[in-house]
Design a protein around this ligand. Sequence first.
Ligand code: P6P
Length: 337
Amino acid sequence: MITLGEYIVKNQAEYPNASGELTSLLSSIRRAAKVVNREINRAGLVTDIIGGSNGSENVQGETQQKLDVFANDMFKAALEARGEVCGIASEEEDHFVAFDDKRQCNAKYVVLMDPLDGSSNIDVNVSVGTIFSIYRRISEPGEPVNIEDFLQPGVNQVAAGYVVYGSSTMLVYTTGHGVHGFTYDPTLGSFCLSHENIRIPEQGSIYSINEGNYIKFPEGVKKYLKFCQEKDADTRRPYTSRYIGSLVSDFHRNMLKGGIYIYPSGTSNPNGKLRLLYECNPLAFMAEQAGGKATDGFRRIMEIKPTELHQRTPYFVGSSKMVDKAGELMAQYSSQD
Ligand code: P6P
């Protein structure tokens, strides 16, 4: 058995020019994930302190859960503590946060995160997740960090990952050399390697989408759902619908079993619901590293040049053949939208 910390250090040894800063950064995320995991596991017991909503809204206009704010503060503090990160952007922060400490201004990395995705599920004990994305800054060390450091296309990511707080808690990440999963062992207080080199099957039979929005879907999505519900040519069976309402959980299952997650545009939300920078890009990086694909129905997600910190995008992510098929139908029927 090898812990996450040992694995990161072992892998760093394979990159002699690595300065160890990314190693230390990933360790900061690991530590914060343990603290958030502990609080999630007891949320039902201390609802007055940690469960439920805090009565405010985030920049998206979504009701903030107390754990949203707690998780945001934990990850922000952990990332600021060690000096590798010069600033962060978060779903829970209206603007990016520059770490002003003198030591931090010379730091090499910026981190974008959704500290607790799907948090409205906490009160009903459904899995939730943390998503993070790491870039090298564009501004010079010593300069103040600026918005351009955060508005980078996904292809510039140096690392990305998620924590899924589920039946067990897992941290899954990539630094561009495959996708590796670590399961938390509370008796040891460590994340232990459990899924090395995750590969997403190129074809799956699970689709994840909120069919309650069907009438608002683009015609190409409606045609894809019809394709999923007909008998598959090989298996002679229709696909299975699985939608947890927690992106990280649906994504993680599809990574291991094969499948596609779709959050398309709709008449009420022309760009869909999910955020490009701290939800779609990090998961797209991981999907591609595992042999899968991620698009907005037409374009590779990681090639989109961001213009706003909280911008949204339609999202199709998962098994390569399933994303390709959905893309074919989106192209074929786009004129009917
Ligand atoms: P809907 C959670 O708010 C989230 O961002 C994802 O985790 C989840 O897949 C999606 O939104 C659920 O959205 O509109 O289907 O309830």
